[in-house]
Design a protein around this ligand. Structure first.
Ligand code: F6R
Length: 616
């Protein structure tokens, strides 16, 4: 939530910062603003609404040219999305500018204290206090990094802060606690951003920042990092393995469409290099000793939203392949119910961004209780993998659209790999069985490609349903989380009432919702394998159709039993039952994207949402 950019170098700071904000707009789009250091002073511009409003303001009232600057795109927490509440925030003398992501929990007493000392704080934000405190500290020490350290020691909550001071024109300072910030290192130029996407067009060399650290970027001297108490910190540099083109739309009308289309590659990339020549799974990043994994007596998956749905599917694979009990918990609920955890519990934290605060808090709680944490994550260098005992990276590449698509499919692949790996280590799966599943997984990329090639009727159907108020989704077994995911996509993109149900639950209440011509999407499991499941869901389809529902049936190729009851039939390639979510989810993504577009919604930036949810 909120995107932050800082720059010092020799290019136009405004151009670099605005281009960076464009890349970070997925993090929040309630308002945006910039500040540059020019002619011995600060020049700022900010506007409520999306970045285009700021762009317009800047073309009408250009800022002076400058080589140091900061910028912000906001997801509002304290104070509505107005010009006055937009960042950057300044001190009363207009010498310090600050941008902020997160929440400063003790801002009220700090504000009262500042007001007592004669400061005027015109905005409703928690951020503004930081600009005033920084100005006070700087006037005493004339060192912006030291001023930032002193201020941070007084702040409670989660924050990323980036600041500049008019008296230090070649310096940008940043700080982080429980909120993301990365450093980009170019040739004689340096960047700060919430996400590497903001500077990937300039450099792929990055530096991770740890918790409670302050970073100082100086045009001539480079990057220095200290803890809040001033102790020099070790820095970890890394090279980003994707480039600027991966963060572009590449001719697609939206990032979401591009990311849906990228799924075959994302799935294949996530499998790449995970199996050695002898067919043994080798998850190098999973640095939890085999002996420890053999002792695991319970797996708990924690995640939010779409990642939680991946976890619900993981449960089926983990329990089936390893016979270890597996619980799946919404990360936001996890630590509040005092879960039973010990050294034999393996917690799997799934997160695309690696920054979701609810998931981060859940994993910290788990580690405090002695559990081992394995992260499944798409973002190198992010907080969740850094704070976990081990990580399995998904290789989806940058996911920019707010609604998660390719990350979900790769999370599923990673979950299957973790389940198989546990089976391998514990001996509950023989090598040839693992080899069979890996072969099936290798075929998924092509299967998803085939699904994508047959989506025209799904798009046409979605457009024809754009006027509807409600769509229901049903599934059984692993099809149930798929139904939940289909409903979530439709809610967040089309702003429609959409609900997913376990098909067997329908008769216990929700069937009362069925009325004439109500669209109901049904995810049908394979008739091969668990045929009992299939037969049950065919009965469920008949029950709702008898009550007037318009049935949209997703079934594997060759499943003829569903044909008489399907008003619309969507075919997906046959897969083993456990792997079906990898193909069955894709039509639901396409359906939601097309329906939302037909309703005139912006699919990449749905209202009220932000991609990376860094507040609890
Ligand atoms: C929905 C969506 C969200 C995220 C959730 C977790 O399309 O994208 O529900 O899945 O906010 O985010 P990560 O995976 O970054 O922890």
């Amino acid at each position: 939530m909120c995107g932050i950019v800082g720059y010092v170098g020799s290019q136009s700071a405004l151009d670099v910062v605005m281009a960076g904000l464009k890349r970070l707009e997925y993090r929040g789009y309630d308002s945006a603003g910039v500040a540059v250091l020019a002619d011995g002073g600060l020049a700022t511009a900010k506007r409520a609404g999306k970045l285009v409003n700021l762009d317009k303001e800047l073309s009408e009232h250009p800022l002076p040219s400058a080589a140091t600057g900061i910028g912000h795109t906001r997801w509002a927490t304290h104070g509505g999305p107005t010009d006055a509440n937009a960042h950057p925030h300044l001190d009363n003398a207009g010498r310090v500018a600050v941008v902020h992501n997160g929440i400063i929990e003790n801002f009220a007493p700090l504000r009262a204290e500042l007001a007592e000392r004669g400061h005027e704080l015109p905005s409703e934000t928690d951020t503004e206090v930081v600009a005033h405190l920084l100005a006070e500290e700087y006037s005493a020490c004339a060192d912006l990094a030291e001023a930032m350290r002193l201020v941070c020691r007084r702040l409670e909550g989660a924050f990323t802060l980036v600041a500049v001071h008019a008296d230090a024109p070649d310096v940008v300072v940043g700080a982080r606690r429980n909120s993301p910030l990365v450093v980009g290192v170019g040739e004689g130029e340096y960047f700060l951003a919430s996400d590497v996407a903001a500077f990937i067009a300039h450099t792929r060399d990055a530096v991770e920042l740890g918790q409670d650290q302050v970073v100082e970027l100086r045009r001539d001297e480079g990057v220095s990092v200290t803890a809040f108490d001033g102790t020099p910190a070790d820095v970890r540099s890394y090279h980003v393995d994707w480039d600027a083109s991966a963060a572009e739309k590449a001719g697609y009308a939206s990032f979401m469409l591009k990311e849906i289309a990228e799924q075959p590659k994302a799935v294949a990339d996530t499998l790449l290099g995970r199996v050695d020549g002898s067919g043994t799974l080798s998850l190098d990043e999973v640095r939890i000793p085999a002996g420890v994994l053999r002792e695991v007596d319970k797996v708990v998956v924690v995640a939010c939203g779409t990642a939680y749905h991946a976890g619900l599917i993981a449960k089926y694979a983990i329990e089936h392949w390893t016979r270890i009990p597996c619980e799946v918990e919404l990360a936001s609920e996890f630590r509040y119910r005092d879960p039973i955890l010990d050294q034999q519990t393996l917690v799997v934290a799934i997160s695309q961004s690696g920054e979701t605060m609810d998931t981060l808090m859940a994993l910290r709680h788990a580690r405090e209780q002695g559990a081992r944490v394995l992260a499944i994550c798409n973002t190198n260098g992010s907080t969740i993998p850094r704070e976990s005992d081990a990580v399995l990276y998904t290789h989806a590449g940058p996911e920019v659209a707010v609604a998660s698509t390719k990350a979900f499919l790769t999370q599923l692949v990673a979950c299957y790999l973790v389940a198989l790996y546990l089976g391998q280590v514990r001996g509950t799966k023989y090598g040839d069985e693992i080899g069979d599943v890996v072969r099936d997984l290798s075929g998924i990329s092509g299967a998803v490609e085939r699904v994508l090639g047959t989506m025209d009727p799904v798009r046409e159907l979605a457009r024809s349903l754009a006027h509807k108020n409600t769509v229901l989704f049903l599934g059984r077994h692993v099809g149930h989380p798929v139904a939940l995911e289909g409903a979530l996509k439709l809610k967040e993109l089309a702003y429609m009432h959409a609900e997913g149900f376990a098909a067997g639950e329908l008769k216990h209440g929700p069937i009362a919702l069925i009325e004439e011509d109500l669209p109901v999407v049904v995810v049908v499991p394979s008739p091969r394998g668990r045929s009992i499941l299939h037969d049950k869901i065919v009965s469920n389809i008949q029950e709702i159709r008898a009550r007037g529902a318009r049935t949209i049936v997703i079934a594997e190729e060759g499943d003829e039993a569903v044909v008489p009851y399907a008003d619309h039939l969507v075919r997906v390639p046959a897969t083993p039952t456990l792997l079906q979510p990898l193909v069955a989810t894709v039509p639901l993504q396409v359906f939601a994207c097309e329906l939302a577009t037909a309703r005139g919604n912006e699919v990449d930036q749905p209202r009220n949402l932000a991609k990376s949810v860094t507040v609890e």
